[in-house]
Design a protein around this ligand. Structure first.
Ligand code: ADP
Length: 162
């Protein structure tokens, strides 16, 4: 059984993330989407538990996907869960440098692990969790950008804040 890990902040999950998760689920027997705590990124809008819950609801119709959270080295998580690959979405050249560095670090900690890059769907090329939060904070409709299952969660949280 080939297992892949899709790590990210998912703060919140977007349709761009779902597109990558679905395509990964078509290539592997099982996909573990891991909500990773990222020390470099600014404070998150949603707690890790909330992000996990939103991912569970947004991927309920994909049978071979499970959701987890982890705050350690993703290469070690992959080894502990018998994953053969980390799958990341690439939107633009600007994603590449960071992702390439991450891939090399992960290889160092787990030489058997491959990093697979999936090109973003042209429709979601511009989409990021932070863009969604900005648009929502400006009171614009975000239903085009996030799964309908979590749209209300984002509107509620951002409206509470702004
Ligand atoms: P973000 O950059 O939106 O905060 P994450 O840190 O949660 O996203 O990213 C997790 C993974 O999903 C990364 O590999 C990132 O490149 C990828 N990703 C994020 N948004 C998109 C998108 N719109 N299309 C394709 N891949 C994406």
């Amino acid at each position: 059984m080939k297992i892949a890990v899709c790590p990210g902040s998912f703060d919140p999950v977007t349709k761009g993330h779902i597109d990558i998760i679905k395509r990964t689920a078509n290539m592997f027997d099982r996909v573990i989407v891991v909500v990773a705590h990222n020390l470099v990124k600014p404070a998150s809008c949603f707690t890790a538990a909330e992000r996990v819950d939103m991912l569970i609801r947004s991927t309920a119709n994909i049978p071979n996907v499970v959701i987890d959270m982890y705050d350690g080295l993703i290469a070690e998580y992959a080894r502990d869960h018998d994953a053969v690959a980390i799958v990341k979405g690439l939107r633009a050249v600007s994603d590449f440098e960071y992702e390439f560095q991450q891939a090399l670090i992960n290889k160092k900690f787990n030489p058997e692990l491959e990093t697979v890059f999936v090109t973003a769907n042209a429709e979601y090329m511009f989409l990021s969790s932070s863009i969604v939060k900005q648009i929502c904070a400006l009171n614009r409709d975000i239903s085009e950008f996030v799964p309908e299952e979590i749209c209300g969660d984002v509107v509620k949280r951002i409206n509470c804040k702004f």
